[in-house]
Ligand binder design. Structure first.
Ligand code: SF4
Length: 210
């Protein structure tokens, strides 16, 4: 019997690049816990996209994924992140943010009898997998549960997330999640993205040209 894996999911596009890398070896439960997202509107939009992914994945593969959702509560994130607002992406605010999400996932995994846990976070080209693994191992030790070290960028994980999002017509957000990341969106780039939103994603076009 496959080991039960609790997979923290930051969003549907990243999840779509990770699930195929794990599905043959684990019994996966998706875990949507993202208090870092700046507004409830955006949280619900990303959650709806997760549900769309689960439906599409079932239609395409015949495999049913369970999805657990922890309701939105931005306060705990804000109380600390507001003092780290000047940090660049990848700095101390992101360490806090990722640890908050991994910590809660580890605790939930322990309390609900999962064999192992990890997160989709490392599929992002903007995130350091070694740092994520260090955080994962530290909270695993705290709760006495197993962590699955990973680097989901490998084996073209990010490209898979782009192609699957395009195929399943998933909403791909333009910022990581918090209000601080949102404030760094380039308005010109955002305007161009809106204009080109029905077109093939640029990562996909680039990959085809290789
Ligand atoms: S940029 Fe992303 S990882 Fe960093 S604090 Fe904001 S939501 Fe969290």
């Amino acid at each position: 019997m496959s080991k039960k894996l609790l997979l923290h999911c930051c969003c549907a596009p990243c999840t779509s690049g990770v699930v195929p890398q794990l599905i043959d070896n684990f019994d996966i439960t998706l875990f949507f816990f993202n208090p870092n997202i700046d507004t409830e509107f955006e949280f619900n939009r990303r959650l709806k996209t997760m549900e769309q992914y689960v439906d599409e994945y079932f239609k395409h593969t015949g495999k049913k994924l369970e999805l657990i959702v922890i309701p939105y509560d931005h306060l705990e994130f804000q109380q600390t992140a507001m003092f780290l607002d000047k940090e660049p992406e990848g700095g101390a605010r992101c360490s806090f943010c990722m640890k908050l999400r991994l910590d809660y996932t580890a605790k939930y995994a322990k309390e609900h009898g999962y064999d192992v846990f990890c997160s989709t976070l490392s599929v992002s080209p903007h995130k350091n997998h070694q740092h994520i693994n260090d955080l994962g191992e530290s909270v695993a030790e705290k709760y006495g549960v197993n962590y699955l070290p990973n680097n989901f960028k490998k084996n073209d994980g990010f490209l898979l997330s782009v192609t699957t999002s395009y195929e399943y017509k998933l909403y791909r957000q333009k910022y990581c999640g918090c209000e601080y990341a949102k404030s760094h969106i380039d308005p010109n780039e955002e305007f161009m993205e809106i204009l080109l939103s029905d077109k093939e994603p640029k990562e996909l076009s680039r990959a085809k040209k290789k």
